[in-house]
Design a protein around this ligand. Sequence first.
Ligand SMILES: Cc1ncc(C[n+]2csc(CCOP(=O)(O)OP(=O)(O)O)c2C)c(N)n1
Ligand SMILES: [Mg+2]
Length: 808
Amino acid sequence: MTAVTGHGTLTGEQAAVLDRHWRAANYLSVGQIYLMDNPLLTEPLQPAQIKPRLLGHWGTTPGLNFIWAHLSRAIGVHGTPMMIVIGPGHGGPAALANTWLEGSYTEVYPSVPRDAAGMRHLFRQFSFPGGVPSHVAPETPGSIHEGGELGYSLSHAHGAAFDNPDLIVACVVGDGEAETGPLAASWHSHRFLNPASDGAVLPILHLNGYKIANPAVLARLPEAELHALLCGYGYDPTYVTGTHDFVPHAEMAAALDAAIARIRGIQDDARTGRGQPGVRWPMIVMRTPKGWTGPVEVDGLPMEGTWRAHQVPLTEVRTNIQHLRQLEDWLRSYRPQELFEPDGSPHADLLALVPPGDLRLGSTPHANGGLLLRDLTLPDFRTYAVPVPAPGGHVSEPTRVLGSMLRDVMRLNSTPRDFRLFGPDETESNRLNAVLEVTGKTWEEATLPVDVNLAPDGRVMEILSEHTCQGWLEGYLLTGRHGLFSCYEAFIHIVDSMFNQHAKWLKVSRHLAWRRPVASLNILLTSHVWRQDHNGFSHQDPGFIDHVVNKKAEVIRVYLPPDANTLLSVMDHCLRSRDYVNVIVAGKQPNPDWLDMDAAILHCTRGAGIWDWASSDGGAEPDVVLGCAGDVPTLEVLAATDILRRELPDLRVRVVNVVDLMRLQPDTEHPHGMSDAEFNALFPPGRPIVFAYHGYPWLIHRLTYRRDAHHDIHVRGYKEEGTTTTPFDMVVMNDMDRFHLVMDVIDRVPGLVSRAGELRQKMVDTRARHRAWTREHGEDLPEVSNWHWPQPDSAAQAPPQPRPQPSP
Ligand SMILES: Cc1ncc(C[n+]2csc(CCOP(=O)(O)OP(=O)(O)O)c2C)c(N)n1
Ligand SMILES: [Mg+2]
């Protein structure tokens, strides 16, 4: 390899320091993948000093090391706070090597000092039982991005940059990663980045040519085509190319200096009123060989610069003397004795480029967002309460009511700006539009007279990419801010996997004392399965909850508020919580309000409870329990109860509503779980329980299978029957309607079937009548649409029943 040159903004001496830093990081990376002992190669390498299992990814690592060294230099020179997001997070050795070199690692983990013993520890622990993961994991200082699942780097980086006006987030995008859908969509993120009030993202496309076993598409595009693509995405790319024989230190330094200057220029213009729409942000395209500086050839096959370098280039080091010698030569090619003191500490001169204190990439507080987290200023949620003179005595659209509260959350947290609402084009459809009274929908591109509510500095983030919404929000939260993602219930599945990764991140972070708690990821699912009036079957899928409950109980919470006041109370709780994923399922359609605010708070505090006003068991042992979770199931259970109370007045019915789904699990399984005694007090064993649930019925069985009463639980829920039809036809299609629930009660309560045969038949007939009526008239039976919970004499007037409005 030829020596570096010293032109451009870099002196020869600075280039030499950069190169020494890079060599040191490369040495430490190879050491992590291979060595258990002899970290400084003070003696010839022995097979016993090699790890028995060689795990990790070399291919991407030297490029990452190169970028890290250069970012460190640029931060020092410009005094610019920066953060790094590493898309190919499998290059964990790079982040570990560099944080160790710069000292940030040892500050977090004093047991890994910057000396020979520390270096040995650093090497041994990597991908080793009891050690640290091979990826840029939560354990890695300076990271908000694991990178194991590829595709989310740019959206995370933008989430970090929003409302962080001084921060530049350098984002390494793998050329393979760039083929993923989420990454492809997230190139548009800068179109939502306001140079006046946000920070900036500097994408560095890492064109090392290959993925695991294939070329990367972007690396094989003709240069002009790649350039046109990136320009089309709104970037102004600079190209830096390195080869086996040429290390482009000067070019990279110049590219970074120019990019930072350009970013500051764009921001200065925007912040002094000289900004223009259509900003072209800089980016760097770094074309270097995969496995750069590693073995050129192994066993006669080309290695450096090929896909073969992706993981571990030399695989038989313990058993093949040739491989052992090649590894030793490779390690010694970095000339460790020039880089480390005899005691193992890095030479002071190669650390000359490391910026001080919190400016180090491994120490930036932005990557440990809990350090910067401020409690939201929250309005008193009780002031948004809807009046409920008696259960069912008022009707409201729960998400619309919530919208008023969120408007004020938005307003109260406009300085500092640390609350945003995210969603794929559905804020208005989900009836949260009140927020638009105080902020706009972020939009940096041109506008037309027909556009409404768009604003460059808006804090409602709408892009039709659930991946991008989720990634933005995760980046925003992990850097110490707050937010809410509102999404159609069926399409939240698009981010199933991203939710997985975030839940894993939280699970690990919670056990790292140095990582301070971050605001919870709040997901509001509305436009739910039961009320997809416009859309039908494709939009009917309540399965996200099933997916969520697979994750570690300590980080997941699921709420099914049955009405507006309970939704307000739940949301207030979620916005105050830390380190969870809160999933809240709530309807947007007109829905009876069951609880006044005091009752709602009490019910939400309990999480699950007997609704004595609906029950007819007089507080004694019930003949049957009707359980419900979710707004539509609650409505159907109450309507069924009304029929039972009228038709079978001596039947003792108990109504139990569950708002916090995790209450159903045993307390040994979930922190919110009920003890068996509590559960039995609600659902006494030996009594039939007919449970109407918002989602797929089997989940209730999963959650309760250990309960004494499990044998007695019969669940109704969504069983994948649906289409574009009336609201009540949906519940009928899934046998969760009030009439079927009454039939279920008659069938399950011992002795009832013999004396309630007539009622049962009436229920069957009413279902048939419903079917005929809807097919004839296109709407639900009047007795269904006009049903309301019996009102006390003082409120004998039927509550107002706005006709449900179909909505998108
Ligand atoms: C979404 C996703 N699909 C597949 C993989 C498996 N995988 C791990 S690394 C890799 C290749 C990555 O290539 P690139 O982004 O170019 O990274 P680099 O070349 O820098 O290693 C693949 C496919 C993954 N981690 N994530
Ligand atoms: Mg690649």
